[in-house]
Ligand binder design. Structure first.
Ligand code: ATP
Length: 222
């Protein structure tokens, strides 16, 4: 399902930055906040904005919330408001509902309500930054499941000028390079003869253990 239209409830730091980025990426965004000042700030940025209390069913009905492909509840501190707005979006039939949680308990309640995706912005970012701080070669990663990860790894100095065949990532660690992002462009499904340089970024898929071992070998300069 391709998501095109988003409604964001709550235009705090998280909701407003999410909205800005979605608009930058070319999507339509309706921003809803009960705080007039927040709405004013984004009125020229988002596609539509409205000052309203999202815990009122009539409000969400009248803005046609049910026609949006995805609803994001970005209210954190007021857990009651977050839960009410989430229930309303679900009941109105919004196809995909995403909600921000500020605590484990808040997240568990949202999970019980059948929210499609729960985001813990501070916790998730803390975990991500911790991984990047302890592994200098790790630029970014996506957890595909509890076991598998796709990681973006900087090419270590010791691999510069070597081909994929020479470094033999699969043979040594079991993980695979699925793409190489070079300054001149991306190579998808690279060949064994493709050569790495320190300016490149490798996109590697494997189990968490395999990727960890691979990073450790970079640190030890092998
Ligand atoms: P952030 O960390 O994203 O900045 P915050 O902790 O500062 O969030 P929150 O309490 O999470 O603020 O609320 C985010 C936004 O949601 C605020 O701008 C607030 O006005 C708005 N908001 C809260 N309750 C409602 C509601 N019932 N209807 C509409 N907007 C609401």
């Amino acid at each position: 399902m391709k998501l095109n239209q988003f409604v964001i409830i709550g235009l705090g730091r998280f909701g407003s930055n999410l909205g800005r980025e979605l608009v930058r990426l070319g999507y339509e965004v309706l921003g809803v906040d009960r705080d007039e000042e927040k709405v004013q700030e984004l009125s020229n940025v988002l596609t539509h904005t409205i000052v309203a209390d999202a815990t009122e069913e009539e409000v969400l009905r009248s803005v046609g919330a049910r026609n949006f492909d995805c609803g994001v509840v970005a209210i954190g501190d007021d857990i009651q408001a977050s839960i009410l707005a989430t229930i309303l979006l679900k009941e109105l039939g919004v196809k995909k509902v995403v909600a921000k949680a500020v605590s484990d308990l808040h997240g568990r309640v949202l999970e019980r309500m059948g929210v499609d995706r729960i985001i813990y912005p501070e916790r998730d970012m803390g975990v991500r930054v911790a991984h990047q701080l302890v592994s200098p070669n790790l630029l970014d990663y996506i957890e595909l499941s509890k076991k598998y990860t796709i990681a973006e790894l900087a090419v270590p100095q010791c691999w510069s000028g070597k081909s994929l065949e020479d470094v033999d990532l699969r043979g040594k660690f079991g993980c695979s390079i699925v793409a190489i992002n070079k300054p001149q462009g991306m190579i998808i499904a690279p060949a064994a003869k493709d050569v790495l340089s320190t300016e490149d970024v490798m996109v590697v898929i494997g189990t968490n253990d395999q990727i960890e071992q691979c990073q450790e070998s970079f640190d030890s300069g092998e």
